[in-house]
Design a protein around this ligand. Structure first.
Ligand code: ADP
Ligand code: MG
Length: 355
């Protein structure tokens, strides 16, 4: 047998690396939108307007009233690993913002047509720029790629068009725009419930009505009423657990024994980031099982604040999951609190029917 000659190793072209990375971070339109929402909240916005066309594949636009981006930073805005939020790796242990890797806008610019219009408070006008492959690009051939002055309100508008236009295999994988839109509406709904002090609107392009409209002043309970419905909002109990040993605080609103849904709704935030956790979901479902009719499922809004030194946010490219210390103990303390709350409501109901 003939031994095959070793194949030579070569460095991938930077563009290829960036496109591969982008595909890991942005798997579906909802992931781009989540990054854009988090950027807008990081920028101190009190109003977020979201516009979606074809499930976000044709258009994703988010307009905020935050701090804006300095004109001189627009040149490097979409380069990979450019951020205003992190300087040293150690800063990750105390990170107070959603973003930190400077990868979201870079990724989007590699797999979509990206336009940014932004105005800081001290600028007399807004600036508009187009990006492709991490760099400023001309809107039309022959034009300059430099940001152009234009009229605009303070804040930032990010427009993402034709997502995955240059990744045909990914593009083809999306069969239904309405499925992608419902993932987007779900994600917007989560932040709309959690981010008190921030107004949210989300609508489909070309539709008269607004899908989601939450005013800045609404309480969490009102937000749940608006985003979900009254039959949930009327049956909520407060949950509050603080614990120094494990360095956490859990605050939330959870359905009582009068409410029973088809599927568990878990709106989970860890240090204000919307995340998923099968272990928390399973533990909570077990806690509710004795209180609900067979197959009945709860509604849970839970905001967990954990000492950042005990959390690793960097385990997943999309930051969808995070790891933290003493997970089992923390989950048990939360479930104990929920169980106590459910028990209270139950006895009052029994008491009422007896009298
Ligand atoms: P990261 O959020 O990890 O820093 P991004 O690629 O999401 O990386 O954003 C890069 C930088 O662009 C941010 O650090 C921030 O300075 C700026 N930026 C992005 N979106 C906005 C926005 N909506 N308002 C103000 N600044 C923004
Ligand atoms: Mg970001």
């Amino acid at each position: 047998d003939e031994i095959e000659a070793p194949r030579r190793i070569q460095a991938l072209h930077e563009d290829v690396v960036n496109k591969i990375a982008a595909g890991e971070i942005i798997v579906a339109p909802v992931h781009a939108l989540k990054e854009l929402i988090e950027n807008a909240v990081d920028a101190g916005s009190t109003s977020l307007e979201i516009l979606v066309k074809d499930g976000g594949l044709k258009l994703l636009q988010i307009t905020d009233n935050g701090c804006g981006i300095h004109k001189d930073d627009m040149k490097i805005l979409c380069e990979r690993h450019t951020t205003s939020k992190l300087k040293a790796f150690e800063d990750l242990t105390a990170i107070g913002t959603y973003g930190f890797r400077g990868e979201a806008l870079a990724s989007i610019s590699h797999i979509a047509h990206l336009t940014v219009t932004t105005k800081t408070a001290d600028s007399s006008c807004a600036w508009k720029a187009q990006y492709a492959g991490g760099k400023l690009t001309a809107a039309k051939p022959g034009q300059s790629a430099e940001p152009k002055a234009c009229a605009g309100r303070p804040g930032t508008q990010i427009t993402v068009e034709d997502l995955f236009y240059n990744v045909p295999s990914r593009r083809r994988a999306f069969r239904s725009a309405s499925e992608e839109y419902s993932k987007i509406a779900d994600q917007v709904g989560r932040y709309a419930v959690h981010c008190t002090g921030v107004a949210f609107s989300c609508k489909k392009h070309g539709e008269a009505g607004v899908g989601i409209a939450v005013p800045a002043t609404a309480s969490v309970r009102d937000r749940i009423r608006i985003v979900h419905n009254s039959s949930i909002a009327n049956e909520l109990i407060d949950v509050l657990v603080t614990n120094n040993q494990y360095g956490f605080k859990a605050e939330g609103l959870v359905s009582n024994a009068n409410y029973s849904g088809k599927r568990t709704s878990l709106l989970l935030f860890i240090n204000h980031r919307s995340v998923e956790s099968t272990s928390i979901k399973r533990a909570i479902e077990q806690t509710y099982a004795p209180f609900l009719p067979k197959g009945g499922k709860p509604f849970i809004y839970l905001s967990l604040e954990i000492d950042p030194a005990r959390v690793d946010v960097n385990v997943h490219p999309t930051k969808r999951e995070v790891n933290f210390l003493n997970e089992d103990e923390i989950i048990e303390l939360i479930c104990d609190e929920i169980r106590t709350g459910l028990g209270k409501v139950d006895t009052s109901r029994t008491f009422m029917t007896q009298s």
